[in-house]
Design a protein around this ligand. Structure first.
Ligand code: GLY
Ligand code: MN
Ligand code: MN
Length: 437
Protein backbone atom coordinates (compact mmCIF):
# COMPACT_ATOMS: atom_id res chain seq x y z
CA UNK A 1 0.00 0.00 0.00
CA UNK A 2 1.16 3.47 -0.82
CA UNK A 3 3.18 5.30 1.80
CA UNK A 4 0.88 8.29 1.48
CA UNK A 5 -1.58 6.34 3.59
CA UNK A 6 0.87 5.83 6.40
CA UNK A 7 0.66 8.25 9.25
CA UNK A 8 3.81 9.78 10.64
CA UNK A 9 3.03 8.06 13.92
CA UNK A 10 2.98 4.31 14.56
CA UNK A 11 -0.43 2.74 13.99
CA UNK A 12 -0.37 1.55 17.61
CA UNK A 13 -0.77 5.14 18.71
CA UNK A 14 -4.06 5.61 16.82
CA UNK A 15 -5.31 2.21 18.03
CA UNK A 16 -4.46 3.13 21.61
CA UNK A 17 -6.26 6.50 21.30
CA UNK A 18 -9.42 4.77 20.09
CA UNK A 19 -9.19 2.26 22.92
CA UNK A 20 -8.79 5.02 25.49
CA UNK A 21 -11.75 6.88 23.99
CA UNK A 22 -13.90 3.74 24.12
CA UNK A 23 -12.89 3.22 27.74
CA UNK A 24 -14.21 6.68 28.62
CA UNK A 25 -17.53 6.25 26.79
CA UNK A 26 -20.60 5.14 28.69
CA UNK A 27 -21.99 1.63 28.00
CA UNK A 28 -24.35 1.29 25.03
CA UNK A 29 -23.10 4.39 23.28
CA UNK A 30 -21.54 5.41 19.99
CA UNK A 31 -19.17 8.24 19.16
CA UNK A 32 -19.18 9.86 15.74
CA UNK A 33 -16.44 12.09 14.31
CA UNK A 34 -16.51 13.35 10.74
CA UNK A 35 -13.51 14.19 8.60
CA UNK A 36 -13.02 17.48 6.83
CA UNK A 37 -14.21 17.87 3.23
CA UNK A 38 -12.59 19.60 0.26
CA UNK A 39 -13.21 23.35 0.32
CA UNK A 40 -13.60 25.34 -2.85
CA UNK A 41 -11.27 28.30 -3.33
CA UNK A 42 -12.68 29.46 -6.65
CA UNK A 43 -14.48 27.86 -9.60
CA UNK A 44 -13.12 24.29 -9.73
CA UNK A 45 -10.01 24.88 -7.62
CA UNK A 46 -9.88 23.78 -3.98
CA UNK A 47 -7.84 24.97 -1.03
CA UNK A 48 -5.15 22.47 -0.09
CA UNK A 49 -6.89 19.73 1.89
CA UNK A 50 -6.32 19.71 5.65
CA UNK A 51 -7.79 16.90 7.71
CA UNK A 52 -9.96 17.62 10.74
CA UNK A 53 -7.69 17.45 13.78
CA UNK A 54 -10.01 15.30 15.91
CA UNK A 55 -10.61 12.86 13.05
CA UNK A 56 -6.88 12.68 12.38
CA UNK A 57 -6.17 12.17 16.08
CA UNK A 58 -8.31 9.03 16.11
CA UNK A 59 -7.55 7.60 12.67
CA UNK A 60 -4.37 8.94 11.06
CA UNK A 61 -6.44 8.86 7.86
CA UNK A 62 -5.94 11.81 5.53
CA UNK A 63 -8.87 11.64 3.11
CA UNK A 64 -11.93 13.87 2.91
CA UNK A 65 -15.54 12.59 3.21
CA UNK A 66 -15.00 10.01 5.91
CA UNK A 67 -16.49 9.29 9.32
CA UNK A 68 -15.28 7.32 12.31
CA UNK A 69 -17.85 5.56 14.44
CA UNK A 70 -16.83 4.01 17.75
CA UNK A 71 -19.37 1.60 19.18
CA UNK A 72 -19.47 0.37 22.76
CA UNK A 73 -21.95 -2.25 23.95
CA UNK A 74 -21.88 -4.48 27.02
CA UNK A 75 -20.17 -7.17 24.94
CA UNK A 76 -18.02 -5.43 22.33
CA UNK A 77 -16.03 -2.37 21.35
CA UNK A 78 -15.68 -1.59 17.67
CA UNK A 79 -14.16 1.02 15.37
CA UNK A 80 -16.00 1.49 12.09
CA UNK A 81 -14.88 3.72 9.23
CA UNK A 82 -17.01 5.18 6.48
CA UNK A 83 -14.94 6.37 3.52
CA UNK A 84 -14.93 7.00 -0.19
CA UNK A 85 -14.88 3.81 -2.26
CA UNK A 86 -12.20 3.16 -4.86
CA UNK A 87 -12.97 4.78 -8.23
CA UNK A 88 -10.32 4.31 -10.93
CA UNK A 89 -11.58 7.16 -13.11
CA UNK A 90 -11.81 9.72 -10.30
CA UNK A 91 -8.51 8.54 -8.85
CA UNK A 92 -6.85 9.17 -12.21
CA UNK A 93 -8.00 12.78 -11.97
CA UNK A 94 -7.89 13.55 -8.26
CA UNK A 95 -5.55 11.14 -6.53
CA UNK A 96 -5.49 7.76 -4.84
CA UNK A 97 -8.06 6.52 -2.38
CA UNK A 98 -7.56 3.89 0.28
CA UNK A 99 -10.95 2.32 -0.37
CA UNK A 100 -13.29 0.16 1.68
CA UNK A 101 -11.35 -3.08 1.21
CA UNK A 102 -7.99 -1.85 2.50
CA UNK A 103 -9.21 0.38 5.34
CA UNK A 104 -9.49 -2.41 7.95
CA UNK A 105 -6.01 -3.92 7.46
CA UNK A 106 -4.18 -0.63 6.88
CA UNK A 107 -5.89 1.42 9.60
CA UNK A 108 -6.62 -1.45 12.02
CA UNK A 109 -10.33 -0.71 11.82
CA UNK A 110 -12.91 -3.43 12.56
CA UNK A 111 -15.33 -2.62 9.74
CA UNK A 112 -15.46 -0.24 6.78
CA UNK A 113 -18.30 0.94 4.54
CA UNK A 114 -18.72 3.39 1.68
CA UNK A 115 -19.60 6.84 2.97
CA UNK A 116 -22.46 6.96 0.45
CA UNK A 117 -24.10 4.13 2.40
CA UNK A 118 -23.83 5.91 5.76
CA UNK A 119 -27.55 6.49 6.19
CA UNK A 120 -28.29 2.83 5.45
CA UNK A 121 -25.69 1.36 7.85
CA UNK A 122 -25.66 3.85 10.71
CA UNK A 123 -29.19 3.12 12.07
CA UNK A 124 -28.55 -0.65 11.93
CA UNK A 125 -25.19 -0.45 13.67
CA UNK A 126 -26.50 1.82 16.44
CA UNK A 127 -29.99 0.31 16.76
CA UNK A 128 -29.72 -0.83 20.40
CA UNK A 129 -27.56 2.02 21.66
CA UNK A 130 -28.90 4.75 23.93
CA UNK A 131 -26.36 7.57 23.65
CA UNK A 132 -24.49 9.26 20.82
CA UNK A 133 -21.39 11.37 21.41
CA UNK A 134 -21.54 13.99 18.67
CA UNK A 135 -20.78 17.68 18.17
CA UNK A 136 -23.41 19.33 15.97
CA UNK A 137 -22.51 22.22 13.66
CA UNK A 138 -18.87 21.13 13.61
CA UNK A 139 -19.14 19.67 10.10
CA UNK A 140 -22.37 20.61 8.37
CA UNK A 141 -21.97 17.86 5.79
CA UNK A 142 -21.94 15.41 8.71
CA UNK A 143 -25.02 16.96 10.29
CA UNK A 144 -26.77 16.43 6.98
CA UNK A 145 -25.80 12.74 6.75
CA UNK A 146 -26.92 12.20 10.31
CA UNK A 147 -30.23 13.97 9.73
CA UNK A 148 -30.87 11.63 6.79
CA UNK A 149 -30.38 8.59 9.05
CA UNK A 150 -33.24 7.27 11.12
CA UNK A 151 -31.88 7.19 14.67
CA UNK A 152 -33.49 7.09 18.09
CA UNK A 153 -30.88 7.84 20.74
CA UNK A 154 -32.22 9.05 24.04
CA UNK A 155 -29.04 10.97 24.92
CA UNK A 156 -26.75 13.20 22.92
CA UNK A 157 -23.38 13.87 24.51
CA UNK A 158 -20.42 16.06 23.54
CA UNK A 159 -17.19 14.20 22.72
CA UNK A 160 -14.99 17.23 23.32
CA UNK A 161 -14.57 16.68 27.06
CA UNK A 162 -13.11 13.27 26.20
CA UNK A 163 -11.10 14.01 23.06
CA UNK A 164 -9.90 17.55 23.81
CA UNK A 165 -8.55 16.45 27.16
CA UNK A 166 -6.71 13.57 25.51
CA UNK A 167 -5.23 15.90 22.91
CA UNK A 168 -4.04 18.30 25.59
CA UNK A 169 -1.49 15.85 27.02
CA UNK A 170 1.05 14.96 24.35
CA UNK A 171 2.55 11.49 23.97
CA UNK A 172 6.30 10.92 23.46
CA UNK A 173 5.67 10.45 19.72
CA UNK A 174 3.71 13.68 19.49
CA UNK A 175 6.44 15.50 21.40
CA UNK A 176 8.99 14.22 18.88
CA UNK A 177 6.93 15.70 16.02
CA UNK A 178 6.34 18.97 17.87
CA UNK A 179 10.06 19.26 18.57
CA UNK A 180 10.59 18.93 14.83
CA UNK A 181 7.89 21.53 14.07
CA UNK A 182 9.60 23.90 16.51
CA UNK A 183 13.00 23.27 14.98
CA UNK A 184 11.89 23.81 11.37
CA UNK A 185 10.00 26.94 12.41
CA UNK A 186 13.11 28.24 14.16
CA UNK A 187 15.21 27.64 11.04
CA UNK A 188 12.71 29.66 9.03
CA UNK A 189 12.95 32.59 11.45
CA UNK A 190 16.76 32.47 11.22
CA UNK A 191 16.41 32.52 7.44
CA UNK A 192 14.09 35.53 7.70
CA UNK A 193 16.64 37.42 9.81
CA UNK A 194 19.34 36.62 7.28
CA UNK A 195 17.27 37.73 4.31
CA UNK A 196 15.73 40.91 5.70
CA UNK A 197 16.96 44.30 4.58
CA UNK A 198 15.49 47.68 3.80
CA UNK A 199 13.27 47.97 0.72
CA UNK A 200 12.54 44.26 0.48
CA UNK A 201 8.82 43.58 0.64
CA UNK A 202 7.14 41.79 3.51
CA UNK A 203 6.01 39.08 1.10
CA UNK A 204 9.60 38.45 0.02
CA UNK A 205 10.49 37.57 3.59
CA UNK A 206 7.32 35.48 3.86
CA UNK A 207 8.45 33.55 0.79
CA UNK A 208 11.80 32.76 2.44
CA UNK A 209 9.94 31.42 5.46
CA UNK A 210 7.59 29.25 3.41
CA UNK A 211 10.50 27.97 1.34
CA UNK A 212 12.33 26.96 4.48
CA UNK A 213 9.22 25.17 5.84
CA UNK A 214 8.72 23.34 2.57
CA UNK A 215 12.25 22.19 2.03
CA UNK A 216 12.22 20.52 5.44
CA UNK A 217 9.06 18.59 4.64
CA UNK A 218 6.58 20.93 6.31
CA UNK A 219 4.41 21.60 3.28
CA UNK A 220 2.08 24.09 4.94
CA UNK A 221 2.13 26.85 7.49
CA UNK A 222 0.06 26.12 10.59
CA UNK A 223 -1.65 29.54 10.20
CA UNK A 224 -1.34 32.50 7.86
CA UNK A 225 2.08 34.08 8.30
CA UNK A 226 2.39 37.60 9.66
CA UNK A 227 5.30 39.68 8.34
CA UNK A 228 4.64 43.14 9.70
CA UNK A 229 7.06 46.02 9.19
CA UNK A 230 6.95 49.11 11.44
CA UNK A 231 3.50 50.15 12.56
CA UNK A 232 1.92 47.11 10.84
CA UNK A 233 3.12 45.13 13.86
CA UNK A 234 0.43 46.92 15.89
CA UNK A 235 -2.26 45.13 13.84
CA UNK A 236 -2.31 41.79 15.64
CA UNK A 237 -3.49 39.65 12.71
CA UNK A 238 -1.82 41.61 9.90
CA UNK A 239 -1.45 39.19 6.98
CA UNK A 240 -1.48 41.47 3.91
CA UNK A 241 2.33 41.30 3.94
CA UNK A 242 2.49 43.62 0.92
CA UNK A 243 4.48 46.62 2.16
CA UNK A 244 8.15 47.51 1.69
CA UNK A 245 10.30 47.17 4.81
CA UNK A 246 11.81 50.45 5.93
CA UNK A 247 15.29 51.23 7.21
CA UNK A 248 14.98 52.10 10.89
CA UNK A 249 11.79 50.07 11.46
CA UNK A 250 11.34 46.80 13.28
CA UNK A 251 9.70 43.85 11.58
CA UNK A 252 7.50 41.45 13.54
CA UNK A 253 7.22 37.93 12.11
CA UNK A 254 4.70 35.47 13.50
CA UNK A 255 4.97 32.30 11.45
CA UNK A 256 4.90 28.59 12.17
CA UNK A 257 5.10 25.44 10.11
CA UNK A 258 2.87 22.42 10.27
CA UNK A 259 4.99 19.29 10.43
CA UNK A 260 3.27 15.90 10.25
CA UNK A 261 0.07 17.74 11.26
CA UNK A 262 1.63 19.42 14.33
CA UNK A 263 2.00 23.18 14.64
CA UNK A 264 4.95 25.38 15.41
CA UNK A 265 4.19 28.99 16.41
CA UNK A 266 7.09 31.42 16.73
CA UNK A 267 7.18 35.20 16.77
CA UNK A 268 10.41 37.13 16.47
CA UNK A 269 10.82 40.89 16.17
CA UNK A 270 14.02 42.40 14.83
CA UNK A 271 15.35 45.54 13.12
CA UNK A 272 15.07 45.73 9.33
CA UNK A 273 18.61 47.18 9.14
CA UNK A 274 20.06 44.70 11.62
CA UNK A 275 20.64 47.17 14.49
CA UNK A 276 18.14 48.08 17.24
CA UNK A 277 17.67 51.80 17.89
CA UNK A 278 17.66 52.89 21.55
CA UNK A 279 13.84 53.14 21.89
CA UNK A 280 13.38 49.82 20.05
CA UNK A 281 15.93 48.25 22.36
CA UNK A 282 14.11 49.55 25.44
CA UNK A 283 10.74 48.12 24.41
CA UNK A 284 12.30 44.87 23.19
CA UNK A 285 14.26 44.32 26.41
CA UNK A 286 11.10 44.87 28.41
CA UNK A 287 9.15 42.26 26.44
CA UNK A 288 12.09 39.85 26.59
CA UNK A 289 12.40 40.27 30.35
CA UNK A 290 8.69 39.54 30.74
CA UNK A 291 8.93 36.52 28.45
CA UNK A 292 11.89 35.04 30.32
CA UNK A 293 10.13 35.46 33.66
CA UNK A 294 7.02 33.82 32.21
CA UNK A 295 9.10 30.86 31.02
CA UNK A 296 10.42 30.44 34.58
CA UNK A 297 6.86 30.36 35.86
CA UNK A 298 5.25 28.14 33.21
CA UNK A 299 5.96 24.84 34.97
CA UNK A 300 3.75 22.08 36.29
CA UNK A 301 1.69 23.18 39.28
CA UNK A 302 1.47 26.78 38.04
CA UNK A 303 -1.02 28.32 35.61
CA UNK A 304 -0.84 30.57 32.56
CA UNK A 305 -2.73 33.15 34.64
CA UNK A 306 -0.04 33.20 37.33
CA UNK A 307 2.65 33.80 34.71
CA UNK A 308 0.56 36.44 32.97
CA UNK A 309 -0.04 38.35 36.21
CA UNK A 310 3.73 38.57 36.59
CA UNK A 311 4.16 39.56 32.92
CA UNK A 312 1.65 42.38 33.39
CA UNK A 313 3.46 43.61 36.49
CA UNK A 314 6.83 43.65 34.71
CA UNK A 315 5.40 45.44 31.69
CA UNK A 316 3.53 48.07 33.66
CA UNK A 317 6.59 48.79 35.81
CA UNK A 318 8.71 49.05 32.65
CA UNK A 319 6.23 51.29 30.85
CA UNK A 320 6.14 53.60 33.87
CA UNK A 321 9.96 53.68 33.97
CA UNK A 322 10.02 54.66 30.29
CA UNK A 323 7.39 57.38 30.77
CA UNK A 324 4.88 55.60 28.52
CA UNK A 325 2.43 55.09 31.40
CA UNK A 326 2.13 57.52 34.30
CA UNK A 327 0.95 56.73 37.79
CA UNK A 328 1.06 54.11 40.48
CA UNK A 329 1.91 50.63 39.21
CA UNK A 330 -0.72 48.87 41.35
CA UNK A 331 -3.43 51.33 40.32
CA UNK A 332 -2.47 51.03 36.63
CA UNK A 333 -2.69 47.22 36.87
CA UNK A 334 -6.04 47.53 38.62
CA UNK A 335 -7.35 49.86 35.87
CA UNK A 336 -5.94 47.55 33.18
CA UNK A 337 -4.16 50.59 31.74
CA UNK A 338 -1.76 48.21 29.94
CA UNK A 339 -4.56 46.88 27.70
CA UNK A 340 -3.94 49.58 25.09
CA UNK A 341 -0.40 48.14 24.65
CA UNK A 342 -0.94 44.45 25.53
CA UNK A 343 -4.36 43.29 24.43
CA UNK A 344 -4.01 39.53 24.02
CA UNK A 345 -3.35 36.55 26.26
CA UNK A 346 0.06 35.22 27.29
CA UNK A 347 -0.25 31.86 25.57
CA UNK A 348 -2.40 29.02 24.29
CA UNK A 349 -2.28 25.24 23.93
CA UNK A 350 -0.40 24.05 20.86
CA UNK A 351 -0.70 20.76 19.01
CA UNK A 352 -2.57 19.57 15.93
CA UNK A 353 -4.16 23.03 15.89
CA UNK A 354 -2.20 26.19 16.50
CA UNK A 355 -4.86 27.13 19.05
CA UNK A 356 -5.17 23.59 20.29
CA UNK A 357 -7.93 21.71 22.05
CA UNK A 358 -8.43 21.70 25.82
CA UNK A 359 -10.08 23.74 28.51
CA UNK A 360 -8.23 26.72 29.98
CA UNK A 361 -10.11 27.35 33.19
CA UNK A 362 -11.30 30.79 34.19
CA UNK A 363 -8.80 33.42 33.02
CA UNK A 364 -6.45 30.58 32.04
CA UNK A 365 -6.08 29.46 35.64
CA UNK A 366 -5.84 25.77 34.76
CA UNK A 367 -2.90 24.08 36.46
CA UNK A 368 -0.18 23.03 34.01
CA UNK A 369 0.71 19.34 33.78
CA UNK A 370 3.60 17.36 32.37
CA UNK A 371 3.05 16.70 28.65
CA UNK A 372 1.16 19.90 27.88
CA UNK A 373 2.57 22.11 25.10
CA UNK A 374 1.79 25.82 25.03
CA UNK A 375 3.03 29.11 23.66
CA UNK A 376 4.47 31.98 25.65
CA UNK A 377 4.03 35.19 23.71
CA UNK A 378 4.03 38.50 25.53
CA UNK A 379 4.01 41.62 23.40
CA UNK A 380 3.82 45.40 23.49
CA UNK A 381 2.21 47.34 20.66
CA UNK A 382 2.59 51.10 20.63
CA UNK A 383 0.81 52.38 17.55
CA UNK A 384 2.03 55.42 15.66
CA UNK A 385 -0.87 57.52 16.94
CA UNK A 386 -0.51 56.51 20.61
CA UNK A 387 -0.29 59.35 23.10
CA UNK A 388 3.22 58.48 24.31
CA UNK A 389 6.73 59.98 23.94
CA UNK A 390 7.36 60.24 20.21
CA UNK A 391 10.37 57.91 20.05
CA UNK A 392 8.23 54.93 21.08
CA UNK A 393 5.48 55.36 18.47
CA UNK A 394 5.12 52.72 15.78
CA UNK A 395 6.96 50.05 17.75
CA UNK A 396 5.30 46.65 18.04
CA UNK A 397 7.19 43.77 19.66
CA UNK A 398 6.13 40.18 20.35
CA UNK A 399 8.43 37.32 21.32
CA UNK A 400 6.85 33.88 21.12
CA UNK A 401 8.22 30.45 21.96
CA UNK A 402 6.72 26.98 22.36
CA UNK A 403 7.08 25.18 25.68
CA UNK A 404 6.70 21.57 26.68
CA UNK A 405 5.89 21.10 30.36
CA UNK A 406 8.33 18.52 31.75
CA UNK A 407 8.97 16.78 35.07
CA UNK A 408 11.65 19.28 35.97
CA UNK A 409 10.23 22.50 34.52
CA UNK A 410 9.81 23.03 30.81
CA UNK A 411 11.61 22.59 27.54
CA UNK A 412 11.67 25.36 24.93
CA UNK A 413 10.94 23.61 21.65
CA UNK A 414 11.83 26.73 19.66
CA UNK A 415 15.07 27.72 21.38
CA UNK A 416 17.03 27.59 18.11
CA UNK A 417 15.49 30.92 17.00
CA UNK A 418 17.66 33.69 18.46
CA UNK A 419 15.96 36.28 20.67
CA UNK A 420 18.77 38.01 22.58
CA UNK A 421 19.52 41.41 21.02
CA UNK A 422 23.19 40.59 20.64
CA UNK A 423 22.49 37.22 19.00
CA UNK A 424 20.05 38.78 16.52
CA UNK A 425 22.39 41.65 15.66
CA UNK A 426 25.35 39.31 15.23
CA UNK A 427 23.38 36.96 12.99
CA UNK A 428 22.12 39.82 10.82
CA UNK A 429 25.56 41.47 10.72
CA UNK A 430 27.30 38.28 9.69
CA UNK A 431 24.99 37.75 6.79
CA UNK A 432 25.37 41.33 5.60
CA UNK A 433 29.17 41.04 5.58
CA UNK A 434 28.91 37.77 3.70
CA UNK A 435 26.70 39.38 1.09
CA UNK A 436 28.79 42.58 1.08
CA UNK A 437 25.61 44.61 1.48
N1 GLY B 1 0.01 32.88 15.44
C1 GLY B 1 -1.14 32.81 16.22
C2 GLY B 1 -0.84 33.04 17.63
O1 GLY B 1 0.26 33.39 17.96
O2 GLY B 1 -1.67 32.84 18.46
MN1 MN C 1 0.60 31.83 19.40
MN1 MN D 1 2.07 33.15 16.82
Amino acid sequence: MDLAYMANLPQEEFIERRQRTLAKMQPNSALLVFSEIEKRRNNDCDFPFRQDSYFWYLTGFNEPNAALLLVKTEQTEKAILFLRPRDPLLETWNGRRLGVEYAPPILNIDEAYAIDDFSAHFPKITRNLTALYYVPAFHLWGDKLLSESAVNFTDFLDWRPILSEMRLIKSPNEIRLMQQAGQITALAHIKAMQETRANRFEYEIESEILYEFNRHGARFASYNSIVAGGNNACILHYTENDQALKDGDLVLIDAGCEFAMYAGDITRTFPVNGKFSQPQREIYELVLKAQKRAIELLISGNSIKQANDEVIRIKVQGLVDLGILQGDVEALIEQKAYRQFYMHGLGHWLGLDVHDAGEYGEERSRILEVGMVLTVEPGLYISEDANVPEQYRGIGVRIEDNLLITEDGNKILTAAAPKEIEAIENLMQKNRQFLKM
